[in-house]
Each structure stands twice: as structure tokens, then as C-alpha cells.
Design a protein. Sequence first.
Lengths: 168, 168, 168, 168
Amino acid sequence: MNENKQKPNPNPITMKEASIASREWLPVYDTLAASALRMRSRSYAPYSHYHVGAALMAADGTIFTGCNVENASYPVGICAERTAFSKAVSEGYREFTALVIAGAASDSAGSDFCTPCGMCRQFIREFCNGDFPIILVKTDEDGMIKEYQIHTLGELLPHSFGPEHLGM
Amino acid sequence: MNENKQKPNPNPITMKEASIASREWLPVYDTLAASALRMRSRSYAPYSHYHVGAALMAADGTIFTGCNVENASYPVGICAERTAFSKAVSEGYREFTALVIAGAASDSAGSDFCTPCGMCRQFIREFCNGDFPIILVKTDEDGMIKEYQIHTLGELLPHSFGPEHLGM
Amino acid sequence: MNENKQKPNPNPITMKEASIASREWLPVYDTLAASALRMRSRSYAPYSHYHVGAALMAADGTIFTGCNVENASYPVGICAERTAFSKAVSEGYREFTALVIAGAASDSAGSDFCTPCGMCRQFIREFCNGDFPIILVKTDEDGMIKEYQIHTLGELLPHSFGPEHLGM
Amino acid sequence: MNENKQKPNPNPITMKEASIASREWLPVYDTLAASALRMRSRSYAPYSHYHVGAALMAADGTIFTGCNVENASYPVGICAERTAFSKAVSEGYREFTALVIAGAASDSAGSDFCTPCGMCRQFIREFCNGDFPIILVKTDEDGMIKEYQIHTLGELLPHSFGPEHLGM
């Protein structure tokens, strides 16, 4: 993982190509992915029927989870990633190690990679550096983890707007 | 409280005028207010310097708390009320008893009533009926509870937009 | 209309009950409603299939229109009312006379009253006083205006959060 | 410009390095930048005091402009880019050629590059392809254009979430 942290990789690293360093983090990602998948099933998504779960690890190893919570007025809803982060921040946490995201349409346990929307990338940006790892989970028809795709925040939100633009 | 639930009161009920029925709920509000005030101090509000804490009680008595989490891109931030509700919903809760809100500028522990913004009222609307009580807390210079103002969701968001407009 | 402006009416005034004063405003509402209905058909709503149009009159009589613009990430979309207001504000306008809203599911020209969501009420609150009239339009199967429901902002967003909470 | 469109450039192209192809577009960018700078001065930003203007060109050459419109409830505000796009979409436009953005703190006409927040990148994503050019403007102390920084949407929001995730 360290290598990926050093410089964002333009080609998302899948597990097939994962470096030895990345493999060390696999047990952590597996734990977070299991939480994200449990959370995915709690999602309140009666409008999109697209269910997303997220699991966030804080610097001390504490895990915070979230799912999307939709609203009849669509712009008022909250995504899974922001739910997890706002939970953590409200509990006093400000430093984070990794975020795992799993999404799927409600008619199938199997799913392709669900990537965070731009709004969530911006929310994460407030608390994490460019090397913060964001891991996407692909599941098979039985809802089992099939493959990871590993990104960094810097890769997903380059040239970002942040506190420094406001002189802070 | 029952009387207030029956029909929204156009003049917000302060504790001075509170009915006998409302008084029975006071210990609950005190507990929630203490949580909201603790949460207020955890707020991440480097831009507005206006700190808000919220405490939400679920039907089974579980308490969920939240604070505002701001962002350099202001529209991306989340209010205290939505943090508390998204936490609760992501934990599988869908029925709620009461919400207490406490807000204050960072240069003072004393504060006037902080009322929920329209976006939060809409978020709450998805899960609560018109008789859902929303209690605002005023604090004195020592940060101690001075007075409650009791509203209902139906009073704060009348003629609301909801799932039924989308045919659900 | 003046009477309604004086004090928010708890029971939304329909045209049947409209006062003589309100009738004077009917030609204005008809003009705005025609614009809102045209705008409704331009709405970008591939996710909700619920189309909303809004027409806003500025103090000098200029009309600004808007429709909802949805996004695959639902919370990123914008409602019709905020589109109309952001247009107007970006053109230098800060004072407004009336807002008319028309919404309908895409499978029918006929529609019931579409009321603004809480987020839009909050957006309007920044620029309008409590007596600002918000008029809802009901249409028949031919898409023709059938009835108005007249509210005020103060009625739809009482005890609102505003600039004064931030000491401004 | 064509070269940039072909493949997102990891190192933002400044005018110094701009290709011959890009130079052909300079008069268009100058026109849009002038609009964005005018719009910047109309921004309603009493909370952040950070003013942003945007100018969007549609496929037929029509220009739509926008500024940020803030709200006392910070998450309810709208950024300049979304104002410009929602204007355009509500006028029936769906295809766009270029977006120019100019931002600055209110105490100075001079400014560094203002990059779009993640939420706006997501909003743009709904209507534009990865090769859509997003041009940032740096101004000197007299508010005159000093330098452009040219990005593409694909570069600023790679691996994006979009309609295809929802099966559309």
C-alpha cells in the first residue's frame, strides 16, 4: 500500500496486480468490506433502489459505518460515505486510515465497483490527504467479495478545492 | 405533550406555559439536551463558528447524537440534525420519539434557541409524522439549560413535500 | 393578497375562498403559472420522473424561471425553485414579489399541488420575508390551470433559521 | 485543445505550455473569462466572502453565467458552476463546449486559480463527457486575466459515478 500512497496510480490497482505491500493490508480491507456489505443491506433507498454501504477506519482502528439515506426531495438525501464520515467526526475522530465502499442495485447481490460521487469525495477531502486509500468492492451473485479496486483520494479528486482557497 | 401533538401550536410553547402532560417528558428532554450540549462542543465548524449539537431518541429509547460537520465547499457540509438521523437510520432505526437541538456561536456558551434549517426539516420528514416533537434549548452564560421551546415537525414544515408526491 | 401578507393563514387559501384583494393578483399569477408550466416540460428528471417548473417575479416585474435538474448522485441535483432563484440572484436581483410552482409525474399532465421541499424554503428564506407569496398550481388532464393554493413563506417555514442566528 | 481532449493530462496545462491547438481556443476562453469575472462581482457570498463566477458555453455558442449564492444554512447554498449549468439546462440546453471559472476572496481582485468543488464536478458529469474542458482563471491585482489553467472533466473526476451505475 505504501507505494500507492506515495504517488496516486493513474491505473486503478486491482488485486490481481496488487503489490506485496498492498497484500499486507488485505486483512484490514476484508474486515472493512464485511462491514460495508452488512451496512449495504441497511440502506434506505426506496427511490433509487441502489444500495450503498461504507466502512471507515479511524487512525486508532475504530470502524465507522454508513449507508445511503434517501429523501423524497432527492437533493436532501445523504450518501453512505458521508454518513460514515459524519458519524466519525461527531464522535471526535479527525484522522482516518481507509474507506471501503460497496454498492449494488437492490435486485442483485452481485455488483460492479461503486465509486464515490464527487460530493462525497469533497466531503472526505476536508479530513484526508491525497494518499488516503479508497477501496471499492465487487461482489459475486452470492454477495461474496470478488475483487478490490484501490484508489487514493488524490487520484479521485485531483486539483481539489479546499480550506486553503478560503485562506485557512 | 399530548395536547401539543394533537394540533400544532402556532405560538411555540415555552416551559413557562408547558402543560402538565409536557412536564412528564421533561426528564427525557433533560437527558437529550445534555447529550446535545456535549455534542455541540464536538462540532466541526471552522467556517461558520456556529456550533450545533443534536440528540435523537429512537422508539426503543436508544439515543443518537450528531453535530454539524462543515466543508470548505459550504454546500457539501452536513448539519447536526442530519448527522444524528443518518446515524440512526444506518443502524436500522426508523421510528423516533423526540429530537433536541442546541446551537451557539463559538465565542459564547450562552445561546438563544437554534431552530433546524429547512433542509433538516425535510430530512426528518421522511421518517417522522407531523406530531414528532422538536425541542430547542436555550443556555445561559455557563452553558446550563435555561429554557426549552417545544415545536412539532408539522408546525415547522406544514404542507410538506413527501413520498406521496412521488406516488409512494 | 394584502390580508394574507399581514398574517400567515394557517388554512391555505384556495381560489374559492380568495379575498377580493387576492383577485387583483390573479392576472399576475396566471402569467407566472403559464411560465412555470412551460418550464415543467423542460425539467431534467430521468430518475424521479417527477417534473417541476417554477416562475419567480422580481420586484421590477422581471420573470425568472427554473426546473428541477437531477443527477445520478441524487443529493447533487437541484430543484426548480432554487434554479429560478439562483438565476435571478446571479443576474443581480435581490427583491422578489411572488413564486409560482407547478409539478407533475411524467405520465400525466394533470397534477395535484406540488409544495416546495424544505431545502428550497430555506433557500428562499435568504432573500424573502415571511409575507412572500408562494403559489401552487393544480392542473387538469389537459395540463390547464385548475386551481391555485396560496401560501406565504412565513407559513411554510415558521421559526426559521436565518442570517441573524449567525449574528448578521 | 484537441490533444488535451484525447487523453487527460495529469499535469494541468498552463498557457505557457499550451499547444498550438489550444491557442485557437484562446479567444473563446477570453470571452468566457470576461463573463465569469463580471459574474464574480455579482456573487452573493456574505458568509465565505469568497466570490466565484462561471461562464458556460453551449454547443451553439450561447453563453450561460452563474455565481455562488450562499445561505445562512451553509449546505443549502449553490456554487457558481451549478448556477450556470442549471440555468442552461432549464433553458433546454444539454450539450456544452467549455466552462470557465474565476474565484477570489472579496478583499482582493487578484486571485489564484479557483478549482471546482467535487459536488460541481459531479453535477457537470451528468451532461458532459470526460473531454469537456474546464478552464481556471488567475487574475492580477487589477482583476485582469493573468493565466489560464486548462483541465478536462475526466481529469478532475476520474472513475466517476454516473447514470450507468443506476442501469441507465
